[in-house]
Design a protein around this ligand. Structure first.
Ligand SMILES: [Zn+2]
Length: 124
């Protein structure tokens, strides 16, 4: 009685089947959007446009009348260069040349201090 049990110790170790197929994900085509250079319409559009302020003659009043020093007591003169709000009108609107605008603004400030001109608001 010879029992030979040939147990076939062949455990199925061949469980080879775990090779996942590497799917190449995330490979969607990059959309090159419609962000090309815009035709025209860049910064700095058309600079034309109606001016709010009527244009005066662009000559310096003080140069024309040969006023060297602006007198701070000359309210009637100074008031021409003060806006209704009390602000000094900028040179680009009045056309006063730079040296005269400097004297003018100083004169206006002096006149304000002695209440000949308002700091804000309309002169009465
Ligand atoms: Zn001038």
């Amino acid at each position: 009685m010879a029992e030979e049990t040939k147990a076939p110790t062949a455990h199925a170790g061949a469980s080879g089947g775990e090779s996942r197929p590497e799917r190449s994900g995330g490979d969607r085509p990059e959309r090159s959007g419609p962000r090309g250079p815009r035709p025209g319409g860049g910064p700095g559009g058309p600079r034309e446009g109606g001016r709010k302020f009527f244009r005066r003659k662009k000559v310096c009043k003080f140069c024309v009348e040969k006023i060297e020093a602006v007198n701070y007591k000359d309210v009637r003169l100074l008031a021409q260069f003060v806006a209704e709000s009390g602000k000094i009108t900028p040179r680009r609107l009045t056309g006063v040349c730079t040296p005269h605008q400097r004297r003018l603004s100083r004169a206006i400030k002096q006149a304000r201090n002695i209440a000949l001109l308002p700091f804000a608001g309309r002169a009465q």
